[in-house]
Ligand binder design. Structure first.
Ligand SMILES: [Zn+2]
Ligand SMILES: [Zn+2]
Ligand SMILES: [Zn+2]
Length: 441
């Protein structure tokens, strides 16, 4: 920290850190950008990282995981909020009339893989967890009852009453197959919706379109469930008025959630959604407003499996699972992934690769093409703004893109900040330090 502070280039380093928006693990780039006149070949401007502090440019890591980089995850969260919101009320290129389209907010849960400790409440008062008067004793000698009133922060929440009975394989296989289950759900919904209105799926396209946006959330027991927005559009997407078939949309969603299945064929296992299904209508002034939905979805977009107490990095095949700093429940889920992952018949599921995610390898937030704008478009808009800002602050000369040839060479030169640099970055940007560990990656 002292070395950095005494460095004659400190103020320029500080400027890079500020420009990276408080990124905790900025990516270091080495390289140059040259601008040539297309007509004469004359070099108009050259930028090289040679003259930057340590010869590198520090750019944001752009992760969506809050556990890795709160600053970049916040940018991602805000972007997700904007694009979910645009799909509900318009904006960012989506017409405002979209707010009149029927919209559902649906939660699809995972099935049970064994009884787990839960906190149940009645008017804010905690109820006994799993009270059973004549509870069975499992083959491992454990009574399948728990009369405790768990506190909201009790670490045992989500953990099984008997870990030896719990279906760990089922839990990680469900996570692995859930993106396929979701895909089949969307197809089944369209099919059912068409049929309820006396149409084929193909003919439906002439009258209506159905747009989806979803996020995955980890429950405490370590399985994912999905929250999704389902919107009814006209044949040309959000810009065209939908047909007045609102009720059949909900009916089709209920049907699809109940009937779809996905198989893990080599093991002969079939998975379906859990019986807990929540469907609510989104309205501008009702119980469930578009703001609440957008905020909710965006919140989960930046969370990963680490909120169940697992790792935020890949598990290596040679890692000693017993030594991983996780609770027993997460360790058993990771172990199930590693064990099933070594079965060649299950290679497609890539369970070893996604063991730290407890088997889930899908995207955290996805949406159908016509839902609203894209993260890419939002990013491009922001980058354009940044470029304009850089030009006006004199970093780059004003050049006409059509007449100028831009040649850029970039090279990855590492990532992260030293502990001392992290302290300085926190002071410079006001973004808090990580609670544990740190250092360059
Ligand atoms: Zn970052
Ligand atoms: Zn309990
Ligand atoms: Zn047992």
């Amino acid at each position: 920290m002292i070395a950095r502070l005494h460095d004659p280039e400190f103020s320029r380093w500080a400027r890079q850190i500020k420009r990276a928006g408080g990124c905790r693990q900025p990516i270091h780039l080495r390289g140059k950008v040259e601008h040539y006149d297309r007509a004469t070949g004359r070099l108009l401007h050259r930028y090289s990282t040679l003259h930057e502090p340590n010869g590198v440019l520090r750019v944001p890591c752009k992760t969506r995981r809050a556990s890795r980089c709160p600053a970049c995850a916040e940018v991602y969260r805000a972007d997700t909020y904007q694009l979910i919101r645009a799909g509900l009320v318009g904006g960012k290129g989506v017409p405002e009339t979209v707010s009149t389209h029927p919209c559902l907010f649906i939660t699809l849960t995972a099935p049970s893989f064994g009884a787990v400790h839960t906190r149940r409440e009645n008017n804010g008062k905690a109820l006994p967890c799993h009270a059973r008067r004549d509870a069975e004793t499992c083959p491992h000698g454990r009574t399948m009852s728990c009369t405790q009133r768990h506190r909201a922060d009790d670490p045992c929440l989500g953990e099984p009453l008997c870990p030896d009975c719990y279906d760990y394989d089922g839990s990680v296989l469900f996570n692995a197959i859930s993106p396929e289950l979701w895909r089949r759900f969307t197809l089944a919904l369209r099919r059912r919706f068409a049929r309820l209105n006396g149409l084929t799926v193909k003919a439906l396209g002439e009258y209506a379109g159905i747009a989806f946006a979803k996020v995955a959330e980890y429950q405490r027991r370590g399985v994912v469930h999905f929250h999704a927005v389902i919107r009814l559009d006209g044949p040309d997407g959000p810009s065209s008025p939908p047909p007045p078939w609102t009720d059949s949309l909900e009916e089709a969603a209920r049907h699809a959630a109940a009937v779809v299945t996905a198989e893990v064929k080599p093991l002969g296992r079939t998975f379906r959604w859990g019986t807990q299904l929540d469907i609510r209508r989104i309205s501008l002034d009702g119980d469930l407003t578009e703001q609440a939905v957008a905020a909710y979805i965006a919140k989960y977009a930046t969370k990963a499996a680490e909120c169940v107490g697992t790792l935020d990095r890949r598990v290596q095949p040679l890692d000693d699972l017993d030594a991983l700093p996780v609770r027993d429940h997460a360790r058993r889920l990771i172990a199930a992934c590693m064990r099933l992952g070594s079965d060649v018949a299950l290679a497609d599921l890539r369970l070893t690769h996604w063991a730290h995610m407890l088997g889930f390898r899908g995207h955290f937030s996805t949406k159908s093409r016509r839902y609203s704008t894209t993260l890419g478009a939002l990013r491009a808009a922001r980058e354009e703004h940044r470029r304009t800002e850089e030009i006006t602050t004199g970093r780059l000369p004003l050049l006409d893109e059509d007449t100028v040839l831009v040649v850029a060479h970039w090279q990855y030169a590492g990532q992260g900040l030293s502990l001392g640099e992290q302290l300085l970055a926190a002071a410079l940007t006001g973004v808090p330090l990580p609670s544990v560990g740190g250092g360059p990656r």
